[in-house]
Ligand binder design. Structure first.
Ligand code: ZN
Ligand code: ZN
Length: 176
C-alpha cells in the first residue's frame, strides 16, 4: 500500500505529462481524475472542443513572437507582445475550455463521487464552482494560478472539498 504522498506524486506527474496534449500556445494545463480505488476515470487538458479551431492554429506565430521576451528590453517589440497576449486572452475566454472542466465533461458522473482531482494548476473560480457540483472530494494542484483568487478557496471550503498544493504539508483549505 502506497502512502498518500506517493500516490499524489504519481498522479500529479501523469497530469503534467498529459498537459502536453494541450494545443494552447500560451499555457498547457493538465488534469487527471482518480476514483477512490486510485483508478484514472477522466483526463483533460485546456483547449477548444473538437471541431472548433485549435489555439495553435488561431495564433500560429505566437510562440515565435514570444521568443522576443528572451531579448534585451531594447530589442523587443513590447507593443506587439501585449497586443498578441490580449488577443489570445480574449479569444481563449470564449473558445478554450479549462483542463478541469474538460476532464469533468469527459467523465461519467458516478465516477466523480468521492474522487480526487489532480491539476497542474490551481483551479480558477469558474472551474472550482463546476468541481463543487460533481462530488469530487479532494483537489491536489501543482502550481498556483495567478488568475485564481480567494473565491476559488472559498468555493472549496463551502463545498467541503479538501484542496492542497502538491508537495506542501500545509493544507491551504482543510475542511476536516
Ligand atoms: Zn490558448
Ligand atoms: Zn478554470
Amino acid at each position: 500500500m502506497c502512502k498518500q504522498s506517493e500516490i499524489d506524486r504519481v498522479f500529479i506527474n501523469i497530469a503534467k505529462n498529459y498537459s502536453e496534449f494541450s494545443k494552447c500556445v500560451s499555457f498547457q494545463v493538465g488534469c487527471i481524475i482518480v476514483d477512490s480505488k486510485d483508478r484514472i476515470v477522466a483526463s483533460g487538458c485546456n483547449g477548444s472542443p473538437k471541431k472548433l479551431k485549435n489555439c495553435c492554429d488561431q495564433f500560429p506565430d505566437y510562440q515565435s513572437k514570444m521568443q522576443m521576451l528572451c531579448l534585451p528590453y531594447s530589442g523587443r517589440d513590447e507593443e506587439a507582445i501585449l497586443k498578441l497576449r490580449t488577443a489570445h486572452r480574449e479569444w481563449s475566454a470564449i473558445n478554450e475550455i479549462h483542463a478541469e472542466t474538460n476532464a469533468i465533461a469527459h467523465s461519467n458522473r458516478d465516477d466523480l463521487v468521492g474522487a480526487t482531482m489532480y491539476c497542474t494548476l490551481q483551479p480558477c473560480p469558474a472551474c472550482s464552482v463546476i468541481i463543487a457540483g460533481t462530488g469530487v472530494k479532494r483537489v491536489v494542484f501543482d502550481n498556483y494560478y495567478d488568475h485564481a483568487n480567494e473565491r476559488s478557496e472559498e468555493v472549496f471550503r463551502e463545498a467541503n472539498i479538501e484542496c492542497i498544493q502538491y508537495g506542501k504539508n500545509t493544507t491551504i483549505i482543510n475542511t476536516k
